[in-house]
Each structure stands twice: as C-alpha cells, then as structure tokens.
Design a protein around this ligand. Structure first.
Ligand code: ZN
Ligand code: ZN
Ligand code: FE
Length: 732
C-alpha cells in the first residue's frame, strides 16, 4: 500500500490491535517503495482465491460475543440454539477428520446447510462466511436428554429440565466440545461426594464452571490478567486463589488453596448456566485413569453407573481434547495442561532453526504430547495423558495419524526419550524400523531444558546456560533415575554438574504412589533411621511409620532388590509431606503430596523472617537434605505448625538451589539460568528461586506457553534432535 508515513504506521498498528479474535500475526515485513505507484485504486480487501492455501488447523474457540447475542435474542433464528458458531468461534480441531479444512472433512458433513445458512456461508461480508460448522435449528445438530440407561426423557424444555436435575443434586453427563463432562451443582456437597465416590476419585480437585466473572469473584480473587485469561478464546481452566472464607464445599478441591474455574465456552454451557445461576462442577467424564468419553454409545456404556442423566447431541467429537489448565505466576501465564483452545497452534522456533528438517518427537510417558517440526515451526499435540493406559495409547496413535495428515508432515527423523521402558520409546523403535529411520534418543532432563529455551526464543547459537530441572523421574545417562538436576546445556549437548542426593525408591514404582516409602528411604539414606526412631519414638508419625513393613524394606535395600536410586525432587517433596502426615499412605495423582505441602504455607508465616530456611548441605555438587531432616524432626517434636515446617522446607530448598547455582555459575561464568520440570509448577518454590536469582543478576528463563512438566518434553526432544541433526549435516 502507499500513503503518508503516519497513515501507514497507523494502518500497521491497527492491523495488530484490531485483528479478528482468532487471527495471529506471526510476522510483519515492511519494505519501502521508492516511487509511488500511479493510478493505484483505494485499499480493498478481496476474497481469497481457493487454492492450496496453507491455512493450517485452528484450535477450538469459545463462543464469541456476536454469537452469544444471537442465542439470547428471542427474535434471532438461532435463539437458544446450542450449536451456534461463526468464523470467530466454535469447534475446529475437535471436529476435523482431514484436510483441506472444509465441511466435508468434519463431523458436520452429515448436516446439509439450509438456504439461509448457505447464504451466510457464501457471503464474503457475513460473519459466517466459510464457517465450516455453520448451523441453525433448521439444519444443524440436535440434542436430547436420556436417563442413565439411554432412554429418552421426553420434556418440552431439555435445558430447563437439565438445570432442574442439577439443582436437585443429580449427576449429568454432558457432551461438550472436546469430550464429555460430568456435572453436578457445586454448592451441593452431597452430590459432589457422590460424584467422587462413583468416579473413584477421592481427592483430585474438580474443575468448576461459572456463568460470568462476577460469580467467580464471589469465591476467588481474580486479577485483571486472570480475568482476561478466563475470557480468552481458549477459555481454559484458570487456577485462582480461593477467598477465605469460601462458601463452596471443601470437597470440590480438598486441601487446596486454589480452585480451577472456567467460563462457559460453548453455547450449550451459556444457555445451561443462565438457567442455573450458580457454579457447577464440570469434570472430565472418565472412569479410572482412562481419557474422557467422546462418543454417545461409549459414554452411555461407561458412565451408566455414574451419571443419572445424559445430555447428548449428534455432532460427533472426532478428536478428544481435554480442557486446558493455566495459572498466573509472578504476573505471567503458566500453562499446566495444554489442550483445548491451544493445540494445535504452532510455535515459531528460535533463530537458527529455520531450516530444521521434518521431525516427529514422541514425548514422555506421563502427560504425553508429541511434537512435529516443520518449516521452522513446532506443532505440539494436545495433552493426551499417561500412555500406560491403553485408551490413552489408542488416542496417541489416532492423533499421530491425524496430525501427520492435517499438517502434511512426512517424517524424516524420529525422536524419543532415552528411557528404554517408555511406551513412546518402544513406539519410536517400531516406527523407526518400519520407515527405516534412525531413532534419536534424548535425555529426559535435557529435553526439559530445551523446551524452556525454545519457548523463550533462545537462539540456536547463543551461549550455554545453567539449568535446574526438578521433576519426578527421568532416565539418566548413568542408567540411574534422575529428577533433581543441575545441567550445563545448549540445544545440542548437556553435562550434569550437580544433583540432589540420590535416594532409593523402595519398591520402584510403588514409591511414586506411597509417600511413606520415600520418608523411610530418606531416613535410611541419611543414616538417621535409628536416631530418629529412638529420639522421636513418641511422635505419632514415627508410630505410624513403624506400622509399615519396614523389615521387608530393609531386606530389599540390603539385597538391592527393587530399590533403584533416584535424585528425584518429587520424591523429596513426597517424603516431607509424609513426615507431616499430609499425604502418608497413598496418593491419587502425581504431585498431590507436593501440592498439599505447598498449600500449608500462609503469607504471614512465609513473610516472617523468624521462620528461617532449613539447612541443606552442599558438598561435591550434591545437595544433601540430612541436616534438613534433623531440623524438621526437631520442629515436629516441638509441635511446630505444618505451615512453618513447610515454609522452612521451601525456603531451605530454594536457598540450596540458588547457592548451588552460584557455585556452578562462578566456575563457568554463566549468567542465564533455566528453571524447568514439573516441580517448578510449585509457585512458592519457583518464585523464591527466581526472585533470588534475579537479585544476584541472573537472567532466569521459565515456562509460560509450554508446560514445565512432561507435557513439554516433546518440544524439547524435537528441538534437541533438530540441533543435533543440523550440526551433523554441517560437519559432513
Ligand atoms: Zn461466533
Ligand atoms: Zn440452517
Ligand atoms: Fe520430567
């Protein structure tokens, strides 16, 4: 375009500010034309010519304001129609089967548009121009209500009846955008308990949905940033601080300081919540560890013992996508689960990776995602879950096939975690054999570091960084398990410089589920067992511990049977939580003990300098918690409140991390530090470490758009492989 410089500046500015909600500008390139083009006609927007346009596939988007106004306007033809959408909103990835993205390739194919819908679809000036899922009550999907046996409930008003069921404390399975949910009235404590009992989910927090922000504000504090996240087109679950007192029942999120709230993101949610006028629990509709149901028949079969009623519809969910979970830490977004609303949005890779070849990285074992690299971009799949579950594994295979098709990705290189027992690793080996490709293996914690570097746009050729990766477990390059690592790293290589003290996992994988095992292992590793048992024998926790089969544990340790060692930060948190009897016998999900331990801390106790850090010993690049344990048991013996013990532990560990980093940085003269791994989802620990490091002049890189947990591994694996391959190619 041509014009006066200030007009052009204004245009570029407005282009960025006023772009449509779903648009993303990756790059604006400006070139000055030296002489004006004569007789150029005024600025025009023309309809695109349909060709092989590389439009990609969009993430599902929450209902836009214009569609909302349609469904609540009695005179509108879409009044109270739950499948209303337009080009600015509606289902995308959840309904697609292939490319190009047009109606025939989605689950909308079976509905042919009525005359009015077709007119909207064809009209370039209409909000529904080429909106593939466009529909109205005349021509689009329909919904109905059934009892728990699938028998239709004949009523005049389905949504009012559903609302009444919920208000009466019933459990309703609701088919949503990316999966089914189970809903109960949030204020109905008995209904929440019943849902928990039937779902066999005693303590994992349940997500909530409220009609609007002001309703959420009556239970939680909501900052302006949190508000815009809630109202964003991704409409994720946002973890918010609970107000005290909070009138919602404690059993929604036992022992938690935060509640996960989301706003309605489909017309159905809006219409239903409008009738209820209070929050509902809206949790994924699954049994045991399986992913949530997506098909009507599947839901009716699997959830018949849980749900009293089913709100079903006939727009098929082609691809399962869970709700995303986000939190604001230190004024910045931190994605915890990246799924609906975010996947399959691509990420532009940092400088130096523009020519990276086509890569498929298969991710980790838990919280699995996979990642494709193509044309300098990374496409990360939605969170799928734990691959050891067969249904999740099937989802993983389904999505691998789907993404390859959607993004026309032909794999040149395959990447997996180095852990020989990971299912993703085995899948990688099979695929490598089948396609005659080599499988690049990337160490777990190196992948964590690389994912953090990549999302912080850290260039390929920039200086090495120091990294602290704290997580549950990952396979180390010395064949032991790691999880509290200090690495010197770049994209291509890493060196392990220091770690937490390795401690046995009593009963291997059992140690991940039973925190008391880690407490006992720590006491044994610190040679404190006898003194602690003797000195503190009157403590309840010691009495409780001695009830456990400790002789068997000792024999296992002595004979080295099923007791692999691990420098795991996650297991250290489990051990401390067990000592405080917060989570002792059993935990339901990974990270539960650490979350409960962090939740004990109060702002008053934390800010009180009298509650000093527990001591850790730093020797030969090993952080040893023995002195911490001695101080902790002294506190326990003097009936010190859990808030103080947890505070002193968090302060102690963060200080030890910073001190260890300072020692390493001095040797290596490094100024950039990466913090990664699932344990850094602990807000208290992350902020304490980060603030302290920044005070000492370090530049600290943390996670924002990619999870710090194993959900981010696939990006890290992909980019490490890309760096290695590029180096190899330039060396040849
Ligand atoms: Zn819309
Ligand atoms: Zn229609
Ligand atoms: Fe990890």
């Amino acid at each position: 375009m041509q014009g006066a410089p200030h007009n052009i500046d204004d245009f570029v500015e407005r282009l960025q500010k006023n772009k449509p909600k779903l648009a993303r500008i990756d790059k604006i390139t400006r070139k000055v034309i030296t002489s004006p083009v004569m007789l150029e006609t005024p600025f025009e927007i023309k309809a695109s010519i349909h060709s092989q346009a590389n439009t990609g596939v969009m993430a599902d988007a929450a209902t836009c304001d214009a569609c909302l106004s349609d469904i609540f306007s009695p005179k509108n033809r879409r009044y109270r129609y739950p499948f209303t959408n337009c080009t600015h909103c509606g289902p995308r990835l959840s309904i697609i089967r292939g490319i190009p993205y047009d109606r025939e390739q989605t689950s909308m194919a079976k509905f042919s548009m009525c005359k009015l819908c077709q007119q909207e679809y064809d009209d370039v000036f209409n909000r529904r121009f080429h909106a593939q899922p466009n529909a109205c009550p005349e021509c689009g999907p329909q919904y109905w209500l059934t009892d728990h046996k699938g028998k239709k409930v004949e009523v005049d008003d389905i949504l009012s009846t559903t609302a009444a069921y919920l208000q009466a404390g019933k459990i309703v399975a609701i088919k949503g955008i990316g999966s089914f949910h189970l809903a109960v009235l949030a204020s109905h404590s008995d209904a929440v308990s019943r849902l928990r009992a039937l779902k066999k989910r005693p303590s994992k927090p349940l997500a909530l949905m409220a009609e609007n922000i002001s309703m959420i504000k009556s239970f939680c504090t909501v900052s302006s940033q949190e508000q815009s996240l809630l109202q964003s087109v991704a409409a994720p679950i946002v973890l918010l601080n609970k107000k005290t007192p909070c009138t919602l029942p404690e059993n929604i999120a036992p022992k938690q300081k935060v509640l996960g709230f989301m706003l309605p993101y489909s017309p159905l949610h809006h219409l239903l919540l409008d009738l209820i006028a209070e929050p509902i629990v809206l949790t994924s509709a699954n049994i045991s560890q399986e992913p949530p149901c997506i098909r009507n028949e599947e839901a009716l079969e699997k959830l018949t013992q849980i749900a009293d009623y089913f709100l079903l519809h006939n727009r098929d969910i082609e691809n399962r996508i869970d709700d995303s979970i986000v939190r604001i830490i230190g004024g910045k977004t931190q994605l915890i689960r990246r799924a609906r609303g975010y996947a399959p949005q691509s990420i532009i890779l940092p400088e130096g990776f523009e020519t990276a070849s086509n890569i498929l990285a298969l991710g980790g074992e838990l919280k699995n995602t996979f990642c494709l690299i193509k044309k300098g971009q990374a496409i990360i799949s939605q969170h799928m879950g734990d691959l050891e579950n067969y249904a999740t594994y099937c989802d993983f295979q389904h999505n691998l096939f789907l993404y390859e098709k959607l993004f026309q990705h032909s794999i040149k290189h395959l990447v997996a975690d180095a852990h020989p027992e990971y299912i993703s690793n085995k899948v990688g080996q099979e695929m490598a054999e089948k396609h005659q490709l080599t499988l690049v293996k990337v160490q777990h914690h190196h992948a964590h570091v690389a994912s953090c570097l990549a999302e912080n746009n850290y260039g390929l050729n920039k200086a090495d960084v120091l990294a602290v990766v704290l997580d549950g477990l990952g396979f180390g390059d010395d064949d032991t398990l790691w999880g509290g690592e200090f690495l010197l790293a770049n994209y291509e290589k890493y060196t392990r410089l220091a770690s937490l003290k390795p401690v046995a996992l009593l009963g291997a994988s059992k140690a991940m589920r039973e925190p008391w095992r880690n407490l006992y292992a720590h006491l044994q590793a610190c040679m404190l067992r006898d003194s602690v048992f003797h000195q503190y024998q009157s403590l309840d926790i010691i009495k409780k511990l001695t009830q456990k089969p400790l002789k068997t544990m000792d024999a296992m340790l002595m004979k080295n049977i099923n007791t692999p060692i691990a420098s795991s930060a996650g297991r250290l948190f489990d051990a401390v939580a067990a000592a405080l009897d917060i989570c002792f016998d059993h935990i339901e999900y990974e990270g539960q003990a650490a979350i409960a331990l962090e939740a004990e801390i109060t702002a008053e106790v934390w800010d009180d300098a009298a509650h000093s850090a527990y001591p850790f010993t730093l020797e030969s690049n090993i952080i040893d918690p023995c002195s911490m344990w001695e101080a902790l048991f002294k506190d326990l013996a003097s009936n010190t409140p859990a808030a103080i013990i947890s505070t002193r532990f968090h302060k102690g560990l963060s200080l030890a991390i910073v001190q260890q980093l300072c020692i390493l940085a001095k040797d290596k003269k490094l100024k950039t530090v990466v913090l990664s791994g699932g344990v850094f989802q602990n807000k208290t620990l992350l902020e304490a470490v980060k603030n302290n490091l920044e005070k000492q002049g370090f530049c600290v890189l943390t996670h924002h758009n990619i999870p710090a947990n194993d959900g981010g591994l696939s990006l890290g694996q992909a980019i490490v492989a890309a760096a290695k391959i590029m180096r190899k190619n330039t060396c040849v």
